[in-house]
Every structure is written in C-alpha cells, then in structure tokens.
Design a protein around this ligand. Structure first.
Ligand code: DGJ
Length: 729
C-alpha cells in the first residue's frame, strides 16, 4: 500500500520507495500540505502547522483570527477567499464574480492509474505498480468539483499529479486558469533550476536562489518551446550532482505552459505548474468537464543525478510506448545538412550507397521531397512526391535503399501550410488566424488549425497515404514555427482562447491515430531541433531531434541540459561535417563521433565527399556504437563533469547489473602547460573489477569511483575519449 489515510487526523500519507508526501484536511475542509521529502514511517507529525494572527491576512472564519488561507500551505489554492498568493484555479461566473472556495468533499484510493482523457501521460502495465488517490474538492456556491489525482509509483519512486474539473452547477463557468498541480513548501531555502534556451541553443541550465515574490518560466508560443522547457527543479543551495535534496516538476504537455515559484511573506514557497493561463480560457457549460495534463514530480535526496535517473527510467519505461520503447534504435543518416533542398534520386542513392557500406542502418530523406519544394517558400501541405526530383517516386526510392541493406525513413511537417501551396489555395481558412488581422508568416509558413477536427482528419489521411505508399520504417515529424494570431474559424468568440489547447489536443489525436496505424514505424519528433522536446511528444514518439545545432562542442551543453529530464536514448545526436554549419567550428571526426554516441547516434553529412579515412572512422564508430547502444540508450546515466561549470564534459552510462559501462570525456580547450586531469567515475559496483576495452587496463570499481581515472592530456582543442568498461570475471 502506497497511500494511507488516517481518518482521525484526516491525514493522507503517500509513500513511494524513498519519499513521503503528506497532506491534511484542516479547519472547515481546507486541504493543507504538510510534508514532501525523505520517507518517514509514521505520521505523528512533530512539526504540525502553526497559526497566528497576522496583520492584513484576512480570516475565512471571523471567530478564528489566527487562521488565514494567506499563510496556510495548501495543495490546490483558490482565489478571492483570503489567499493572496498565486491561485491554482481561477474562474469567471456569468455575474462577473471570480471567487472559488474549494473544500474537501470526498476521496477514494484506486489501484493502478487511470488514463487521462485525450492526453499523453505516464501509465502502468500492471495495477500493482501504482496506486492513485482521487481527492475531490468542491465549491459549494457553484457546484464546481475539482478532483486532484495523485498517483504514487512505488518502485519507480515518482508521484504524478493531474486535475479533473466538473461543472455540476447550472451556470456557465469560464475557466481562466486551471493548474495541474500546486505544492506549498513550508520554507524557502531553495534554488530554482530551469532550462532556458533558443533555437540552436536549447536547454541551458540556469540555477538561481529563490527570491521573495514570484519567479516563473513559461511558453506562449503554442509549443513547449526552445526558449523554456516545461520543467523546473527546486534544490537546496548545497545540492550537487550526487548529494542533497532535489525536487523535480516535469509537465507532460507540448503547448503553452507556466511554472512558477512564489515565496510568500512567511518564507514559504508555492510551486504551481500547468497550462499557461495567459490568453487561455475554457468555457464549461453545465455538465461539462475539463482534464488538465499531468505533472511528474520526483524527489531525490541524492542530488540531481538521482532525480534525472528517476525521470529517465519512468520516461523510458512508462511514458514512451510501442514497439520501439525497448528496442535498440537504428543508426541513421539524414540528408539535410548534406544536400538541404538540392537533391534528386541519383544524388540521394549515391549518399545511401556510400552510407550503407559503412554499416549505417537507416537512411532518412529530409525536407524537399514533395510538392514543388526547392526552398522553404512553398508546398507545405502538398504531400505528394516531387516528380522532378524523384521521378520514380518514394516507393521505388525506398526499395532501392532497402536493397542496399538500409531501412528508409521520411521527413514530414504536417502541422504547417505554405501560402504557396495547393492546400492553402483550396482552404485559406484552415490555418490559425484572426479575421481582419495579418497572418504573420515565419519561415514563409502558416500553422494549420489543428483545433479543427476536419483539418486533423484531412492531414491524417494525407500522411497515412504517404506512409502507406512506400516501405517507410521511420518518420521525422517536424514543426518549424511558433504560433501567432492564434484563433480558429471553427470556434465561437467566447471559445477563441481555447484554440491553443484545442490545437494540442488535435495534434495528440492525430499522433495517437497515426502511431496506432503504423506500430512498426519509429517516429522521431522535431521542432527546428528541440523546440518541442517534452514528455508529451515522447509519449507518441520515443525520440526527439535534440537541436538543429550539430556542432559537437555546442552539443555538450545542449545534451547535458537535456539529460536533466530526458533519457539519452531519446536524444537524436548526429555527426555532421566541418566547418560546422551552425557555428563554423572545426572539431576532430573522433570528437564528433563521441559526442553523438553519447546520445542516439546518427550522421548528417555528405558521405560521398568524405576521405577513405573518414569513411573508415564511420565504420568503426558504427561498430562501436552497436556494441554500446544498449547501455547508452537503456542504462543509467551518471553526469561526471558539468560543461556549464568548466566547459569540459564527462558522462558514464552503466547497464542495469553494472557489468558494462561507457565513459565519455571531452576536454574543450587545450591549455599550455596545463594540469593533469582525472575524473571520478560513478554508478559502478565498487566490489567489481572492470577492464577498459580500449586500453586493456583493469581497475576496481572502487578505485575508479573513489580515486579517479586519468584522462588524456589535452594536446589539442576538443580532445575526447570514449572508453568501454566491462566487468572482469
Ligand atoms: C528543421 C529540422 O530541425 C532540420 O533537421 C530539418 O529537418 C529542417 N527543419 C528541414 O526543413
């Protein structure tokens, strides 16, 4: 049993393998937060909530001047009723009022985990894996019921949260905010970590002490975005990679989100996460319901590394789905940086031919194969093959590639439409737009209105036809702009601000249908690289193109930041040519290989232009990666050297029984007369001996972890090593 209820004291105790989460119903039914942290056995509560009369904190019950919601740590605070901090829910009634007063109404404990309606979420394969508490709150005045769902994954050591709202009253209610979770920490000695970035510079790590007031991150771009990721963590000032407390919050959603931490007047910290309330509203007619997306909460008392490994395992095993979830992923070559739009059947087959000789397993035909697409001004939406470039069609090309011993994959960007396209000429209203306003283009394209079911159905049918037309084993699903003029012709005025969320629901609907229809296609999501690297997309597509920046050195930070939440196997990572197309840097082929092998290896360069020596290096990298990919893609990741702290970078991946490991180290800049560096490994079994395949040396796991392993002296810039460790019997 993971969920315990003490009915005398009205205390809920949620216990996972190593953590406890405790709540209590206090006073006239307010749901208070008591504790979240290291596991405790009982709930005798040595630190009960304390109350006192505080000036300017009003009292719901005038007989009790010590009690105010303004200072009460809560689980799902509402607005207008003595709490002046950030509310989780905000509604508008027909009379213009916007107050709610949510009190405990009912609860039930369910085995397993219920699915979320029409939304991606973590799941169980067997009900014994998790237990769910449904805690129903009620606003008497409006007959609004708010169910808080807490699922406890016992072994995986995770709590998920989601909220289900029901309008059981007789009035229309306009939801202008409905968060997926809130937790009020009873202190504020924390730092907040988030993952800001930009296109080609995704997921930097930022760590700042909390200050009083509200600090928040959000996206209002219609996607989870390059600029912020739907993730924050609170850590103690002393928390490191391997020690100290860390609390992670990861939002399983691909659209606009907000995550905030508000430090209040009594030094408590309110963490709230959900769909971005800016420019959002949702009309709930009597009898209607609303389901929020899920937040995955992870507590670690052993630093950020443990927090990340918990996310990685959960996302690998109980978020990703389908045939590829547990399968080693193919090593691919993509023609984008090799050719951009300038290719034809002959040049593609030449690249494929050369690639196949190196052992690369899958060829991906990127943008430019359809309509009249010779550049980015045209043809999105016209999903039929470009006969000038590919006169024999996709089926023929796919078969030719198969004959070379490689699988065939295809790029698509189904959510978009070019103004210069047959689709747009036929259906100018099918894009997101607001009547009488300009339709702002970005990369010369508009966004199709996926809030409309007719648009979703048509796109699904066109993409289905393409995927049925050729032997396609892989799809790269791209999305290359942020949303502007977000409005839908299909919705009435009072529902216009539902468009962005309805879009995401439409997208999920299409992805569900498509991935079900093609269970043997490996899908990789992409949004100009990592503009939608989020758990929502991972539910449908087990890997994501991490960044359009393929420079090995830029990738160190991008992959390190990404790894805070997302598993290595989900990170598409390619070797590309030098000078690098994004930053002009020249790095050794070996280093590019090592950095790409630290994720999901692929190639993205014109192999017909490479020297024999470079082709030989690809063959070797492919063979090595085939021997390590199981450990990299499905093992435990330990981050050893942080490129945000010192430029250099190191990680080790360890398989489940700690018999094999793969160590990566990159020294960025050579230094005259510099120090001799060593790296302390992690995650090994201290009682086992390991042989380093590349050097033949044997060391104890204890020696490698406690004393450290010498790494090569950096006699040139961008020096790297990859060492395979294997248990010595
Ligand atoms: C953006 C992607 O991230 C690139 O890899 C490439 O597929 C281009 N789009 C094609 O337009």
């Amino acid at each position: 049993m993971s969920i315990h209820y003490d009915s005398n004291n009205k205390i809920f105790h949620l216990k996972s393998k190593k953590s406890s989460y405790i709540m209590q119903v206090v006073k006239e039914g307010y749901l208070a937060h008591l504790y979240w942290g290291k596991k405790v056995r009982e709930t005798r509560i040595p630190n009960p909530l304390r109350f006192m009369d505080r000036g300017f904190s009003a009292n719901p019950d005038k007989r009790d001047r010590a009690f105010s919601l303004d200072t009460l740590p809560q689980e799902y605070p509402s607005y207008g009723n003595t709490d002046f901090r950030n509310p989780s829910i905000h509604i508008e009634l027909p009379n213009g009022a916007s107050i709610t007063d949510l009190r405990y109404h009912h609860h039930e404990i369910l085995s397993g985990k219920p699915d979320l309606e029409d939304l991606p979420a973590t799941y169980v394969e067997d009900d014994s894996e998790a237990e769910t508490l449904r805690l129903q709150l009620k606003d008497e005045e409006t007959d609004l019921y708010v169910s808080l769902f807490y699922t406890v994954y016992q072994e995986l050591d995770v709590i998920t949260r989601a909220v289900f709202v029901e309008n059981n009253g007789t009035n229309e209610l306009l939801l202008s905010k409905v968060a997926s979770m809130n937790v009020d920490f009873r202190e504020s000695q924390y730092e907040m970590i988030n993952l800001p970035g930009a296109h080609v510079r995704e997921r930097d790590m930022e760590r700042l002490p909390l200050r009083r007031g509200k600090q928040s991150v959000e996206s209002s771009r219609g996607a989870s975005s390059h600029q912020q990721n739907p993730f924050i963590a609170l850590v103690r000032p002393e928390t490191t990679e391997c020690t100290g407390e860390a609390y992670g919050f990861s939002f399983v959603y691909s659209g606009n989100f907000e995550a905030s931490v508000e430090v209040d007047q009594t030094s408590q910290s309110r963490v709230t996460m959900g769909i971005n309330s800016f420019d959002f509203s949702w009309l709930l007619e009597p009898g209607e319901t609303f389901q929020t997306p899920e937040v995955v909460m992870v507590y670690s008392s052993e630093g950020l590394g443990e927090m990340s490994r918990t996310y990685h395992k959960l996302y690998r095993e109980r978020l990703c789905r389908g045939a590829f979830r547990d399968q080693e992923r193919p090593i691919l070559i993509n023609n984008w940086e090799a050719t951009y739009f300038d290719f034809n059947e002959e040049s593609i087959l030449e690249i494929a031919d050369q690639a196949s000789k190196t052992g690369i397993e899958l060829f991906v035909l990127d943008d430019g194969w359809f309509g009249k697409r010779d550049d980015d001004h045209t043809s999105l939406g016209d999903w039929f093959v470009n006969k000038w470039k590919l006169p024999n069609g996709l089926n023929h090309l796919g078969k030719k590639i198969n004959e070379k011993g490689m699988q065939f994959g295809l790029w698509v960007e189904p959510e978009m439409v070019s103004v210069n396209s047959e689709l747009y000429r036929k259906h100018p209203d099918w894009c997101l737009h607001v009547p009488d306003r300009r339709r702002s283009e970005s990369r010369n394209q508009l966004v199709l209105d996926f809030s409309r079911s007719d648009v979703c159905e048509e796109v699904l049918s066109r993409i289905t036809s393409i995927l049925e037309s050729a032997p396609i084993h892989y799809v790269k699903w791209d999305m290359n702009r942020s949303m502007t003029e977000i409005g839908s012709k299909s919705l009435p005025a009072k529902r216009q601000r539902e468009t962005a969320h309805r879009y995401i629901l439409g997208l999920y609907w299409v992805l569900e249908k498509l991935t079900t229809r093609f269970p043997n296609i490996l899908f990789e999501s992409c949004s100009g690289g990592g503009g939608r690297f989020d758990p929502g997309m991972l539910y449908y597509m087990p890997q994501t193109w991490t960044s359009d920046n393929t420079d090995a050195i830029s990738r160190l930070r991008i992959q390190y930041g990404t790894s805070l939440v997302y598993p290595s196997g989900s990170m598409g990572s390619h070797v590309s040519e030098v000078p690098n197309h994004q930053v002009g840097r020249v790095t050794p082929f070996e280093t590019r290989g090592h950095v790409a092998m630290d994720g999901n290896l692929g190639y993205e360069l014109d192999v017909t232009k490479l020297s024999d020596e470079e082709l030989q290096q690809i063959s070797e990298q492919v063979q090595v990666y085939q021997s390590i990919r199981k450990t990299v893609q499905f093992g435990d990741l330990y981050r050893l050297v942080d490129p945000f702290q010192c430029q250099n970078y190191s990680t080790i991946h360890v398989n489940e029984n700690k018999s094999e490991a793969v160590f990566f180290y990159v020294h960025v800049l050579a230094e005259a007369n510099g120090p001799f560096d060593k790296v302390k490994l992690d995650g090994l079994n201290p009682d086992k001996d390991y042989r380093i395949i590349e050097t033949g040396e044997v060391f104890g796991g204890d020696e490698l972890m406690y004393m450290g392993l010498n790494v090569p002296y950096p006699d040139h810039d961008f020096k790297s090593v990859m060492w395979r460790l294997i248990e010595q019997q």
